[in-house]
Each structure stands twice: as C-alpha cells, then as structure tokens.
Design a protein around this ligand. Sequence first.
Ligand SMILES: [Zn+2]
Length: 337
Amino acid sequence: MIGDRSDSHAVVSRRQWLAASAGWVAGACAAPFAAARMPSEPKARIAVTLDLEMCRNYPKREIVEWDYEKGNLDEPTKRYAEQAARIVRDFGGVVHFFCVGRVLEQADVSWLARLADSGHPIGNHTYDHVNMLASEPAQTQFRFRRAPWLTEGRTTEQILRENVRMTTRALDQRAGIQANGFRTPGGFAQGLAGREDIQRMLLELGFTWVSSLYPPHPSGTPREAPGESVYQGIVDALRAAQPFRYPTGLIEVPMSPISDVTAFRAHYWKLDHFLTAIRRAVHWTIEQRAVFDFLAHPSCLLVEDAEFRTIRAVCELVRDAGDAAELVGLDSIAARV
Ligand SMILES: [Zn+2]
C-alpha cells in the first residue's frame, strides 16, 4: 500500500504512483474521465456520503467483533447519522447513505425511515458487508468464515447476489425505502473494471450506477503528521476519482480520498489533518468544477469528529462557492455521466 511507505521514500513513491495512475487513466476510462472534467461543467458537484455500518476499532481500538455484525448499529451511531443529515439539510443538501441490510433486523428502524422521508437517498451496501470481489465463499465475509453453514451449498456468485438482493428487499419491506444506488463494501483501486460479471449482476439487480472505486493515494506514516506530499497526493488522486461509464453501461461514481477510516483508523491522523486534506480536496473540486464524493462512517466520526466539523466544513465550502458548486446525492451525479 502506498499509504504505508515511509516518508523518506515519499517523493519517489509518489512519482511511481503518478505514473501508475496515469497509466490507469490512459487505459480503461480515459474518454469518460476526460468528459467528466470538461470546463463546460457549470458547477462542481459535491456529495456527503455516510455508510451505515459498525466499524471495527470503534468506539474503542480493541473492538473487532463488528466484523461479524456490521449491521448491529448502536444508538450513538444512529444519532450521529441523524444529526449529520440535519446539518447538511440546513445547508440545502442531502446526505447519501449506504445501509447494510442487517440493520433492518433491528427492533426500531423508524429513524431510517425518517431519514428517507426527509429526502436523504439511501443506497444498498449489501446485507452483511460482503467483499464483491471475493473468489471463494469464505472470502465473502468474516461471518461466513466463522459460521460456514450459513452459506453452505452456495457458490460465491450466489452468496453475493443474495446479499445484494436481500438488502433491497429489506429496505423496502421493513422501511418502505427504495434502494438508491449501490456501494461496494471497501473500495477498489480499479473499481469493477475487468469484472463484467459483477457489473452485470448489479445491472440485473436493478442498479444503473455503483460506487466502488477508491483511488490509490499517499497517506504518510501512521502516527505522524502528514506532510505536503501527502496532502498534494490526495488532491492529485481526485483526477482518478471522477465518474465514468463501464463498457457494460454501469456507471461508476468513485469515492473520493481520503476516507475517515483510512485517515483515523489506519494512520491515526488528528482531526486537523483530516480537515486540511478534505478542505484542499474540496477546493480543487470546486476550482475544476469536478465531482467530490466525501466518504465517511458515523460509527468512526462520532469518536474522531464528535462536533461534525468535517461535514460542516464541506458544506461551508460549497455554500461559499455560490453558483460554482452544489451539494447533491450520488444519483444526481450518476444521472449526468
Ligand atoms: Zn462499508
């Protein structure tokens, strides 16, 4: 991982990364990427997206059991999600949520229905937070490795398909919510490129767009303040995080770096570092009239950013940009690809 290298190799590694990144952009998605950055775009489009799941290592480092019950949201996580939605709503925007299906097994799902009723789009994040690029059943999820009888007799493809399908059904049956888009658990450096089988599965399951690509970017050395090369490397990576269409017709709306879990969980960043990186990324996006897909998790942010400073900062930058930027859901972004 680029983010794990030492600072002494930062310049060389970043150069290598830029070369690799350029190769990728020049390859599979050159044309749509160029189109996404045409200067004729009237406004930058900025989305605040929150994944509704429990994150390992939160609220305490030693907690990893969430890997087996991603959808067992605790009260603080639900309250953070609701408050974040109110803040973004006050700025005239929406939060695009992605919900793990198992959330719908909880005793009370009225809070989720209220979010949807307030106009916040809610997308499908699979039922158990499965790895959509898994090549065998045991790789799909920690839960199925511990309890293999849950998936016995089924192929990887069947497990993945069922995990996506059930989530759409659960949102509808339990909360009356129509799933708005699909986000893969985890982000992939090349998204679903080369996996036409998964692209087709999602198209068959009713999705026209997916959010699966998270571009490589530098993150510095864990526990050390990120340097200029890290901040600039994150901004540079945004070029590889613009929407495009796969050959199957499925649209990709990438996640934009840096995510909360990459910054705080993997690299022990302080909130001010995260704020600096996100502000610089949003500035670039507004300048370029590009797309920014802020990616975070209430179960992580409630510990790392209890005062909602990052979400407010994103909203304030969009407000201060006037006609040059707007807060939108990922469905609006996908509709213009
Ligand atoms: Zn997730």
